[in-house]
Design a protein around this ligand. Structure first.
Ligand SMILES: *[C@@H]1O[C@H](CO)[C@@H](O)[C@H](O)[C@H]1NC(C)=O
Length: 301
């Protein structure tokens, strides 16, 4: 009896010591384990995608969220809130405009040169809905380096923000020579050969293009091209596949973000952390929570 009691107290003391030891030496043990389990589960879901070749992209998730929670704030910019529906419908309009051109096919790349503004997302999402890859151009890239970017990603269309059009002026002849069509996010075009996007958007219906336009068959399909700033030589393109975009979007969720969180993004949206983690994380794939993203205008230079 004495012996077994001795054993028991030794056992209790042992477990207690282990517990204390774990608290002291590995205070995040359970949190880490929980996090690991979450990540493994997410990874398994993606593996299933590979097997079944049913790819549920970040854009699919956005469209789903826009149906599920249309009135939820998606973006806060300059003090103004934009709901999921507003961004969804405006991006539908963008898709309709470029669809009507008849020259934009699934798998094509379209270049985007814009500072942070809600239309950055509408153009990006609209083109994604047509199955295009979008090349985010760093707004610090100038002249020859910019032309080089078009060669890298094979884009034949450039969408440029109103405030950046002037920086493009001397490049316009070269772009035209290269057969690159330029669309400016402006009400009217004062440059010959530059199309004004806003009047076209006004006339376009906010209706979605068929979902099979954006459908991806492989996680390895490129969805974005993100360029380095090119401060050391010519800018280099990072090819972002659907897999990488899904991984980026899972970041906040994996670290415990909830639907009440607002993600503040001070970075320019052409930066991968801002677009993949900031915006992607706000949309949040594979999870039934939602939250608002917010970003600020970033001045180039
Ligand atoms: C969203 O708001 C509109 C107009 O305020 C309302 O008619 C609609 O029922 C709302 N939808 C949801 C899903 O809450």
């Amino acid at each position: 009896m004495l012996i077994s009691l001795g054993w028991l107290s030794a056992l209790v003391a042992g477990i207690f010591a282990l517990h204390i030891g774990q608290k002291l030496c590995f205070p995040y043990f359970w949190k880490d384990l929980f996090y690991l389990a979450k990540v493994v589960r997410y990874g398994l879901k993606m593996e299933m995608c590979k097997v079944t070749s049913k790819v549920f992209t970040v854009m699919d998730r956005f469209v789903q969220q826009a149906e599920r929670i249309p009135n939820k704030t998606f973006i806060i910019y300059d003090g103004v809130s934009y709901t999921y529906r507003e961004i969804d419908e405006r991006s539908n309009k963008v898709a309709q405009v470029f669809d009507k051109l008849g020259t934009v096919k699934k798998g094509d790349t379209v270049a985007l040169l814009m500072n942070n503004e809600p239309d950055f997302l509408c153009v990006w999402f609209g083109l994604s809905k047509l199955g295009c890859s979008v090349a985010f151009l760093n707004t610090n890239i100038k002249c020859k380096s910019l032309l080089h970017c078009f060669n890298c990603c094979g884009a034949k269309i450039l969408v440029v923000g109103q405030d950046l059009l002037h920086s493009l002026e001397e490049l316009l002849p070269s772009l035209r020579e290269g057969g690159i069509q330029v669309w400016a996010v402006t009400a009217e075009s004062s440059h010959p050969g530059v199309h004004a996007l806003l009047p076209a958007l006004e006339q376009a219906p906010p209706l979605p293009v068929p979902a099979d336009r954006r459908a991806a068959t492989s996680l390895k399909t490129p969805t974005l091209y993100i360029f380095t700033s090119g401060t050391t030589g010519l800018p280099k393109a990072a090819v972002i596949t659907h897999l990488q975009s899904l991984k980026g979007a899972a970041g906040f969720w994996a670290y415990g973000g909830t639907s009440e969180d607002v993600v503040y993004t001070p970075l320019p949206l052409y930066h991968s952390s801002a677009s993949l983690i900031g915006i992607g994380g706000t949309i949040e794939p594979f999870h039934h929570r939602h939250r608002a993203g917010s970003f600020h205008h970033h001045r180039a230079g």
